[in-house]
Design a protein around this ligand. Structure first.
Ligand code: FAD
Length: 355
């Protein structure tokens, strides 16, 4: 039996999930193909929306706008799915050198947004060893990605809007008036397939810069239940049920997507000199982030094949970029509104139309 939808979506990570959500909100129908993968980028991520980045403590791109949009978007899904999608929290950022402390204080003086120094720096002495104190980054959001993706998936699967299978690109027919895949006809196909897009003929020439990240899950004895995130090079992020996500690495040179002994050793060394409690590592995994050379996402439609689209290149910031740019695509289809030129794939029109 054939089916007709407005949009065929490939992939149900953060990008595909939010695209489906905003299409539905705009009154548009969709069908998703998602191949089951235990550690897609979204499933490996800790879920932090951190407004501050790097040693120079700069605010991340468009952060005020992205954070307020995220608050509304995750709130909507929370209501719809009756699942806790996001918590507002803080990062306890331990200084590893005196210079780091000075840099934090300077930045605080220049621009106090998102930063503060605690009244009592001894608060965390029971759990951590630290010499140079710490600063606080807040507000920070923690997205509960697994709960969100799993609940959304169950809901759309029940309604017959998702098939758990790999989309075979060779069977996709793209014609100016319609998209056809197996027994589905659609007005658009949109690739939300993370690193899958690196081998899709329509978009593989985009300047992707895939980046490998590793993390572990640990159980730490007598650890509190609070939602606070700790950082000292690595992040310790609460995942619920007494489990902590600890990571991650950023590697542009790698031979495969498997976890490495080197990361595990480094993590153990950091934890040994940092936390006082005993811990047990129960899982170790790796994934590839769909990052881009100029650190901006790839959003919108192919300049030549106007019914073939992409929401990708979310890099290290999928939790904040996915909702914002998924909404732009849905609104573009429903109302013809424009996609932010800094994110629109049409900035690569020349590369994308080169024969
Ligand atoms: C270790 C690590 C930690 C991270 N931490 C954070 C963080 O704290 N905060 C943050 O904002 N970001 C974080 N990120 C980045 C974030 O995970 C990504 O930006 C985001 O998940 C990308 O989402 P996506 O939906 O584009 O891709 P993905 O999550 O990779 O989803 C793509 C989906 O498409 C499916 N797929 C691919 N090809 C096909 C096909 N042919 N047919 C059917 N399905 C297909 C895949 O199975 C997958 O389900 C982290 C990443 C890593 C690796």
């Amino acid at each position: 039996m054939s089916m007709r939808v407005d949009v065929l979506i490939i992939g149900q990570g953060l990008a595909g999930t939010f695209l489906a959500h905003f299409l539905r909100k705009s009154g548009l129908s969709f069908f998703i193909f998602d191949e089951p993968r235990s550690f897609s980028a979204s499933r490996a991520a800790s879920g932090i929306i951190n407004p501050i980045t790097g040693r120079r403590l700069v605010k991340t791109w468009m952060i005020e706008e992205l954070m307020s949009f995220a608050q509304v978007a995750y709130g909507e899904l929370q209501l719809e799915l009756s699942v806790n999608c996001m918590t507002s929290t803080q990062i306890i950022d331990f200084f590893t050198t005196a210079q780091m402390r000075i840099a934090f204080l300077r930045r605080l003086e220049d621009d106090p947004s998102f930063l503060r120094i605690p009244e009592d720096e001894n608060c965390w002495r029971e759990r951590f060893q630290y010499q140079f104190g710490y600063g606080i980054i807040e507000p920070v959001f923690l997205v509960h990605i697994s709960d969100l993706l799993n609940t959304f998936r169950r809901e759309i699967e029940k309604k017959g809007h998702l098939a758990e299978e790999t989309m075979d690109f060779g069977r996709l027919e793209v014609r100016p008036e319609t998209i056809r895949y197996k027994d589905i006809n659609a007005s658009y196909v949109i690739f939300c397939d993370g690193i899958g897009s690196l081998s899709i003929p329509y978009f593989k020439s985009l300047p992707f810069a895939p980046n490998k990240g590793e993390a572990v899950i640990a159980e730490i004895r007598d650890w509190g239940n609070e939602s606070v995130i700790f950082k000292r090079g690595l992040y310790i992020v609460p995942m619920g049920e007494g489990r902590q996500w600890i990571g991650s690495s950023y590697s542009w040179e790698y031979s495969d997507d498997r976890p490495t002994e080197a990361f595990l050793k480094n993590t153990e060394a950091v934890l040994k000199s940092w936390i006082k409690n005993n811990y047990r590592i129960v899982e170790h995994f790796a994934s590839i982030r769909p990052a881009t050379v100029e650190r901006r996402p790839f959003v919108g439609f192919h300049p030549q094949f106007r019914n073939v689209g992409i929401l990708n290149g979310l890099g290290t910031k999928g939790c904040s970029l996915a909702p914002y740019f998924a909404a732009q695509i849905a609104s573009h289809i429903a109302k013809g509104t424009r996609i932010d030129p800094e994110a629109d794939v049409n900035r690569f029109a020349r590369v994308l139309t080169r024969k």
